[in-house]
Design a protein around this ligand. Sequence first.
Ligand SMILES: NC(=O)c1ccc[n+]([C@@H]2O[C@H](COP(=O)([O-])OP(=O)(O)OC[C@H]3O[C@@H](n4cnc5c(N)ncnc54)[C@H](OP(=O)(O)O)[C@@H]3O)[C@@H](O)[C@H]2O)c1
Length: 257
Amino acid sequence: MSNPVALITGASVGIGEQFARQLSERGHDVVLVARDTARLEALAKEIEGRNGAHAEVLAADLTDPEQLAAVEARAREVDLLVNNAGFGTFGPFHTLDLDTEIREINLNVIALVRLTHAAAAAMVERGRGGILNVSSLAGFQPGPSNGTYSATKAFVTSFTEAVHEELRGTGVSVTALCPSFTHTEFQSRANVPAGSVPGFMWQEAPEVARAGLDGVAKNKAIVIPGTTNKVMGTLSAITPHVITRRLSGAILKRAGT
Ligand SMILES: NC(=O)c1ccc[n+]([C@@H]2O[C@H](COP(=O)([O-])OP(=O)(O)OC[C@H]3O[C@@H](n4cnc5c(N)ncnc54)[C@H](OP(=O)(O)O)[C@@H]3O)[C@@H](O)[C@H]2O)c1
């Protein structure tokens, strides 16, 4: 019998790279998607050598409609889709480059929606499959100086919860993973000021990826990895937005924006 196949977007580094490693260790063949072909090929070689799982490289910029369409076609064939690719931007919205903000929406929202649609339709027809959408605790409240990013992640969480409910009983699991600060390249790519977040709030990519994979295996609607994040998530959910947005605005101002 052949291995189940998982397609992971943003697999070249960070949490996505961990998804790929851990899925290969759990007996999946993996399809690795991101823009950096050299990094993907190095990871594929390592996975093939170490775990015996097959690793396929599918280099694509998911903000490019043609390249995204090629990944959608592959997503129709897989057993597990991990929509992980994403990036953030940091600073007052009117000062940020508008084209970059739009690209952020295209990657974090549009690509995720298109890939979910492609995979879900095929999985429901087969009566089995899993979709893991990587969201963020940032989506639990408005994020001053992080406005577009927080809004994209609010969309991802709400959308994923809705599809989870729609597909109840079909054999297809749909899960939103909502991490908070995780050591990856994310913060430097987003130009977040170094040292602005206290140490106890950070997690490592392997534990975040593991929580997501365990969650989709159990068909949880939402997974918040880590005790501190669970507390923050609960507080955000029960506190009025007028308080959370002012509080996060004040914290981010102190961080230097
Ligand atoms: N790290 C955190 O603190 C944190 C917290 C909450 C949620 N998250 C979420 O976790 C997910 C993974 O982020 P990470 O922390 O692992 O960040 P990361 O280290 O910056 O990795 C981001 C991944 O996305 C890929 N990517 C970026 N733009 C792309 C594009 N246009 N087309 C295809 N792939 C693209 C990157 O690969 P290439 O550059 O090779 O294309 C890379 O593999 C994201 O959705 C992020 O929003 C992260």
